[in-house]
Write a protein that binds this ligand. Structure first.
Ligand code: ATP
Ligand code: MG
Length: 538
């Protein structure tokens, strides 16, 4: 592409991002958005957002609005907001022009018959018996199609190209179909709608698009794209360029399937944090910076590839590492009473907000006789090499003291309900205590001031069963894609707002869910755990 620009073939660069408003955008669209906007930016050009709204049955203004929000959130602002439906009148006129030139005709064959006569990769197609209708008859029939005289599917307008072309896309493709459907913008004005392969090149040309970037499946459509531009006598000559569609392991990347998940109630909504939609990733806690860095990394390679989902995680960790405050959260609490700590006393301890970014400063956290620790940081009968709490063992409480487990309290069923520990005042964090060492450090939250919180942990929506490819889509849904835990966070987080992000010591990065938080309880979505063995730079 940049060859054309450097050689001066194209003066100005105009690109467009052309979503169909039939669902929410997903991470694959993010790649296309970044590509189109960044290509134009590089050459100080323009990018339009154009809704390809030529299929009224599936489209809706809800999607139009959500798509705009997502593009803006990713950090891009379009030059013009357009709709293919803005061009319906011109599209119609150009089709009339094709008819007059003998380059298009109305066909009465059924879809089934047309399919049968289209031929195969090795066999040419056959001409339709209606292919040689007179111009006048075609003009009359096309006008009557527009007027709504025929039922859906009764007739189509087809380009008259070559039924023997080795490229099946050129075997008299349909340009218009009849659809008595309500359109979200043009209402009931139209009874016929243009096909993608016809509307797209003309819309590009009307907008003066120079680089019409699309995914590789459209490579074989390029001759048709060029034919439409030429035969419709468009003065601008946009060119189509193809790039590889983004695929991510374990990730559904098709609106049809994503819609099924929403419609069947498998997920809560299009922006459910488990969804690979831009709005789902946002709600999970991804940042625009991380998504853009990811898209840049995967690049514009034409080769088909499946990107490892851990690469996406790598970029969000990188982005949040120095930005997110590091605090303590107990996801599955077990109460600990520190029996030698004075009753009624509370002290404030210093804690770094980000050990890798000093500029984030220090906060104070309360400590007192009762705290919560993580239930799985205690084992009554631990295996060897277990360095956390067990009867008689001593551990370090992050930012606080060493405590030693003295006694275990159980309920009638034998479940551990509380630990009784002692602390050693000499071991206070930050005082340089070197008297003895312990092997385990665990996190905690002071009990009386702890803020109740819900934690949502996610697994992929799809079970990884590539070996079992024939399974029905809905049977591949992971029943454990969501785990919900009730625990506590530090008191200074009580004012956390939707979309605030934190690193919880040992647990990973979390985002405050903007939809479900209530004054009594904050809901956190886990964005990503702390560690991965994956490094795309390695
Ligand atoms: P889906 O099959 O998920 O519905 P689509 O291609 O039909 O996707 P559109 O709304 O028509 O969705 O796409 C808008 C733009 O986004 C197109 O230019 C398309 O090429 C691009 N796009 C869609 N999916 C991907 C993907 N996985 N990777 C890269 N670009 C994509
Ligand atoms: Mg589409």
């Amino acid at each position: 592409m940049s060859d054309d620009l450097q050689s001066g073939k194209v003066g100005e660069v105009i690109t467009r991002f052309p979503p169909e408003p039939n669902g929410y955008l997903h991470i694959g669209h993010a790649k296309s958005i970044c590509l189109n906007f960044e290509l134009a930016d590089e050459f100080k050009g323009k990018t339009n957002l154009r809704f390809d709204d030529t299929n009224p049955v599936k489209e809706d203004t809800e999607f139009v609005e959500a798509i705009q929000e997502d593009v803006r959130w990713l950090g891009f602002e379009w030059d013009d907001l357009r709709f293919a439906s803005d061009y319906f009148e011109e599209l119609y006129d150009r089709a009339v022009l094709l008819i007059k030139k003998g380059k298009a005709y109305v066909d009465d064959l059924t879809a089934e018959q047309m399919r049968e006569m289209r031929g195969t990769l090795t066999q040419p197609g056959q001409n339709s018996p209606h292919r040689d209708r007179s111009v006048d008859e075609n003009l009359d029939l096309f006008a009557r199609m527009r007027a709504g005289e025929f039922k859906d599917g009764e007739r189509v307008l087809r380009a008259k190209i070559d039924m023997a072309s080795p490229n099946i896309n050129l075997r008299d493709p349909a340009l218009y179909r009849i659809a008595h459907a309500h359109h979200h913008r043009t209402g009931d004005a139209w009874k016929i709608y243009p096909m993608y392969d016809y509307a797209h090149p003309i819309s590009d040309a009307i907008e003066g698009v120079t680089h019409s970037v699309c995914t590789l499946e459209f490579e074989d459509h390029r001759p048709l794209y060029d034919w439409v531009i030429e035969e419709c006598e468009m003065s601008a000559k946009p060119r189509q360029y193809e790039f590889a569609r983004l695929n991510v392991t374990n990730t559904i990347m098709s609106k049809r399937y994503l819609k099924m998940l929403v419609d069947k109630g498998v997920v809560e909504s299009w922006d459910d944090p488990r969804m690979p939609t831009i709005s789902g990733l946002r709600r999970k806690g991804f940042t625009p910076e991380a998504l853009r860095a990811f898209c840049r990394e995967i690049g514009v390679a034409r080769a088909y590839s499946v990107v490892d989902e851990r690469m996406l995680e790598f970029f969000i960790r990188e982005d949040l590492k120095l930005k997110a405050p590091r605090t303590m959260a107990v996801l599955d609490p077990l109460k600990v009473v520190i029996t030698n700590y004075p009753e009624g006393q509370t002290e404030l301890l210093d804690a770094e907000n980000n050990s890798e970014n000093e500029a984030m400063g220090i906060r104070q956290i309360p400590f007192s006789r009762e705290i919560y620790i993580e239930r799985d940081d205690f084992m009554e009968n631990p295996p060897s090499k277990y360095f956390r709490l067990f009867p008689g063992n001593e551990v370090r409480l992050k930012n606080a003291y060493f405590i030693k487990c003295e006694d275990v309290v159980k309920d009638a069923d034998g479940n551990v309900t509380e630990l009784r520990c002692t602390y050693d005042p000499e071991t206070k964090s930050g005082t340089g205590f070197t008297g003895r060492k312990v092997k385990g450090t665990i996190h905690w939250v002071e009990a009386s001031q702890a803020v109740p919180a819900e934690f949502r942990l996610f697994e992929p929506l799809l079970l990884d069963d590539e070996a079992d490819g024939d399974k029905e889509f809905l049977d591949r849904i992971n029943p454990n894609s969501l785990t919900t835990l009730q625990g506590f966070v530090e008191p200074n987080m009580k004012d956390a707002k939707g979309q605030d992000k934190f690193q919880f010591f040992r647990h990973g990065y979390f985002n405050v869910d903007p939809k479900h938080a209530t004054p009594e309880r904050i809901v956190f979505n886990r964005i990503v755990s702390l560690k991965s063995s994956f490094d795309p730079k390695a």
